[in-house]
Design a protein around this ligand. Structure first.
Ligand code: MLT
Length: 410
């Protein structure tokens, strides 16, 4: 008799974004004349930068010619993309990586989930609260937790509150943990860690033999100088951190799919008998066994993001989204809402008015303003009373959504 992975049955509801999608579709079906504006899931709306599109087209054409056709590529990614990342994305930060330390993939969502394959189940994991739901749900799925309590905390996972009181940046846990997820710029709170804050975590990780999973998917949206874009800007991080980056939001690849995971040579964890094993070796083994790499045209398109023209065009799109963030921030702060984030991240984290619950505010915005956002409680219990708006919409929609919300709040 086949049996299911019973850990899946511990998960409370559907995954957050499909659940929101379901509610919005039901509303739209019942209200066909409503012009619904979606600022919920962080999905991009600007088309690919022209230089990226052109490299993509050229690479597709290569596949149509026997002389330039390519079959399977290296599971770790093509050297042309890895070298571009080493030189254009990391060297300017003073971070020097080797080819063997970068692994190209089809997304940071998958990588932050798949990396769990190479760790023992009895590792203690700490995550933020609120948090990108993938970190929580994938640990539950793999069997690292007991059931959830009535508030939504899963037994066995350590939750690090990210609240107004700590500036939405988690303090190190009091209990012993083995793995910590950090996300900066942060999804969902839109805040960004300082060098001092990350140094605190790196020092803690080195002192306590902890591995940090650092999700830097939104680093391109840092607008203010001085904030770290990579955890490897912090001394010692190469010995304790794995970093995830993505082309999804930076260059409009949410549908195209390309990301990278950095596993430095020095980062290790222990066997049951205490020997240290390089995580890069295990990750390479995992990827070469379970993954066949990202397609050649997609990797060519990704490399073109870092060409002079490609970067200028990509940066203009990032600036467009950050102008949206400013419009949302200023518009809603002007209407009396308490606003966080949106300066170095494409997410605005606002306090619901009058202390109403996150889902009640979601319903109010959907039914009264026809605007979709994401309830803060969907990211964890400490997100209750907060609401996330994404800055990835199209400008006219963003302006109209802010106007509708302002009117509703009057
Ligand atoms: C989000 O809205 O939090 C993200 O778009 C989800 C993702 O990147 O998977």
């Amino acid at each position: 008799m086949a049996r299911v992975n019973e850990h899946y049955l511990k998960l409370k509801a559907g995954y957050l974004f499909p659940e929101i999608g379901r509610r919005v579709r039901a509303f739209a079906a019942a209200n066909p004349s409503a012009k619904v504006i979606r600022l919920g899931i962080g999905d991009v709306t600007r088309p690919l930068p022209p230089a990226v599109l052109s490299a993509f087209h050229d690479a597709v054409s290569e596949l149509g010619d026997e002389k330039t056709f390519m079959g399977y590529g290296p599971e770790q990614g093509y050297d042309f993309l890895i070298d571009t990342l080493i030189e254009k994305a990391y060297a300017p930060l003073g971070v020097h990586l080797k080819r063997s330390e970068i692994f190209i993939s089809d997304g940071s969502k998958c990588d932050t989930a798949n990396i769990l394959d190479i760790f023992a189940l009895d590792n203690k994991v700490a995550i933020g609260d609120p948090v990108y739901p993938v970190y929580n749900d994938t640990n539950v799925m793999i069997g690292r937790s007991g059931p959830a309590d009535e508030r939504g905390y899963y037994q066995g996972i350590v939750y690090l509150p990210c609240t107004e009181a700590n500036g939405f940046f988690p303090d190190v846990p009091k209990e012993k943990v083995d793995i910590v997820y950090l996300c900066s710029p942060n999804n969902p709170t839109g805040t960004v860690a300082t060098k001092a804050q990350l140094k605190g975590w790196v020092d803690y990780a080195l002192a306590n033999d902890v591995v940090i999973f650092f999700d830097a998917a939104y680093e391109a949206f840092i607008t203010e100088p001085g904030y770290p874009r990579s955890i490897y800007e912090i001394e010692g991080a190469k010995r304790c951190a794995v970093e995830f980056r993505s082309f999804s939001k930076t260059a409009g690849f949410t549908g195209v799919r390309c990301a990278l995971t950095v596993v430095p040579e020095e980062v290790t964890a222990k066997t049951p008998t205490g020997e240290r094993v390089a995580l890069g070796k295990l990750w390479n083994r995992r990827q070469t066994t379970k993954f066949n790499g990202v397609s050649y045209p997609v990797q060519r398109a990704a490399a073109a993001v870092y060409s002079d023209e490609g970067w200028r065009q990509t940066k203009a799109i990032v600036d467009y989204y950050m102008e949206n963030a400013k419009i949302i921030r200023e518009g809603l702060a002007g209407a009396g809402l308490a606003i966080h984030g949106g300066v170095n991240a494409p997410y605005i984290w606002l306090k619901t008015p009058g202390g109403i619950s996150s889902w009640d505010f979601f319903d109010r915005l959907l039914t009264e303003c026809n605007v979709v956002g994401t309830p803060g409680s969907g990211f964890g219990p400490s997100g209750e009373g907060f609401f996330r708006l994404s800055a990835f919409g199209n400008r006219d929609n963003v302006v109209e959504a802010v106007e509708r919300i302002r009117k509703n709040l009057r």
